[in-house]
Design a protein around this ligand. Structure first.
Ligand code: CTP
Ligand code: MG
Length: 192
């Protein structure tokens, strides 16, 4: 029984610590629009670098939303007296980790669009796998080399690895639920 409870807590903790990574893509839908990050430019293959689905407003709004939510999480966990469910050991490292989680998420989303355009998948069209995991991959690309100790201590060591695996399994489910909500709210053109 204890093992199951430990595993459930590890998964909850992994999801909680990854909130600054999970939020930016949804926030980008709310804040997005306006100038495209690629300024409308195409590559030699004749297709847009990223496409009109990636805008500066979305990138900045998404990154700041993720970081802002992370700060609110820190306040909540300090009020609840659970400092181990927060980020980093000092203010600079906390801000840096929040930045890597939130910006990394948007970076992965851009990487996903870059790949989609190169293989001629139109803006907004499905790319199974890439759509669900691009933001996690983007975050890992930044966090593993730049905050390895923090990542290992919170997602790989001991039972925390169970949490990380649980997070990986939950991501496509959360992605689907959020996109259906966005579609119903009229914020997204397609429910994926
Ligand atoms: N969005 C944005 N800026 C970003 C990311 C997202 O403005 N950096 C907004 C866009 O309005 C986009 C919507 O959020 O259409 C949904 O994001 P996403 O599904 O990632 O983009 P798609 O339109 O599906 O384009 P792509 O095929 O490139 O993924
Ligand atoms: Mg999409």
């Amino acid at each position: 029984m204890d093992v199951i409870i430990d595993a459930i807590f590890a998964i909850l903790r992994a999801v909680w610590l990854m909130v600054p990574m999970l939020i930016p893509n949804s926030a980008a839908v709310l804040f997005g629009g306006g100038t495209a990050i690629d300024f409308g430019r195409t590559m030699k293959d004749g297709t847009r670098i990223l496409g009109d689905g990636k805008t500066w407003n979305g990138l900045i709004g998404g990154t700041l939303s993720g970081m802002g939510l992370g700060m609110i999480q820190i306040i909540i966990m300090n009020l609840l007296d659970v400092p181990s469910w927060t980020y980093g050991v000092c203010v600079p490292s906390t801000v840096f980790i929040l930045f890597l989680l939130a910006f990394g998420s948007m970076f992965g989303d851009m990487l996903g669009s870059f790949i989609k355009r190169r293989i001629k998948v139109a803006r907004g069209a499905k790319a199974p796998g890439l759509d669900q995991y691009d933001f996690l991959i983007g975050t890992l690309i930044l966090i593993i080399p730049l905050q390895w100790a923090w990542f290992r201590a919170n997602f790989l060591d001991g039972v925390y690895l169970v949490g990380f695996i649980g997070l990986i399994i939950l991501i496509p489910i959360m992605h689907r639920v959020v996109n259906i909500i966005g579609f119903k709210m009229g914020k997204k053109d397609v429910p994926w």
